[in-house]
Design a protein around this ligand. Structure first.
Ligand SMILES: *[C@@H]1O[C@H](CO)[C@@H](O)[C@H](O)[C@H]1NC(C)=O
Length: 206
């Protein structure tokens, strides 16, 4: 946690140094020079809102930058960078969610989680780890291949986590409850730029 704090602090200083040293470096330039080298090799930064495809083109978020993350650590660094650079951001997995709060304008950033879509069952197939960008179709297919049943949402193209945060309603809920009732733990990056593992024991509020 201290390491996370100090790296966060260092990132703020780097952003401020750059803004003072190279005033001609605009938001896109800052993303490319400061954040990009810190992200994993398979991550990418695209300065176009169409880089994060959505289910419907009705009133889509039109953020100027999309960060396509490839690891959990990329998510942490991107959130920390956006906080340090005072850039509004939102996270997208299935690209189905729709709310006025997603209208961040061109200065905003989409953190596209879609590349994080691994689904891993434990040996007994009693627990499953689902990465944040997984959509329900991928989750159901992985469950089928593993002869398991999972508590998730109903619509294939929706992000598993998006559905879970809205409870997670599906045909099997009479037997197993909502998705959110079945969560054991969650790795999150909080809005203050800190990574934490949330469980019922260590963070009952969340
Ligand atoms: C990057 O992506 C390629 C192609 O999908 C994959 O083969 C490779 O393992 C990835 N590299 C890392 C470090 O994850």
């Amino acid at each position: 946690m201290y390491l996370v704090f100090w790296s966060f602090f260092a990132l703020i200083c780097v952003v401020l140094d750059f803004v003072q040293a190279i005033p001609s470096c605009d938001d896109a330039c800052l993303f490319d020079t400061i954040l990009r080298p810190r992200l994993s090799t398979n991550a990418s930064i695209v300065h176009s809102s169409s880089a994060a495809p959505r289910w419907s083109e009705f009133n889509p978020p039109q953020t100027g930058t999309v960060v396509n993350v490839a690891t959990e650590h990329d998510v942490l660094l991107t959130v920390q960078y956006c906080i340090a650079a005072d850039i509004p951001f939102f996270a997208q997995s299935g690209g189905v969610g729709w709310a006025n709060t997603f209208s961040l304008g061109k200065t905003g950033t989409t953190i596209n989680l879609r590349g994080l879509n691994e689904v891993t069952f434990n040996e007994k197939r009693t627990e499953v780890t689902v990465q944040e960008g997984t959509i329900i179709e991928e989750f159901i297919n992985a469950a089928y291949q593993n002869h398991a049943r999972v508590a998730t949402g109903n619509c294939n193209c929706v992000g598993v986590m998006g559905a879970a945060l809205g409870a997670g309603v599906r045909r099997l809920m009479g037997l197993y409850g909502l998705t959110i009732d079945n969560l054991i733990s969650m790795n999150i990056v909080a809005a203050d730029g800190k990574a934490k593992v949330v469980t019922p024991e260590n963070d009952p509020d969340l």
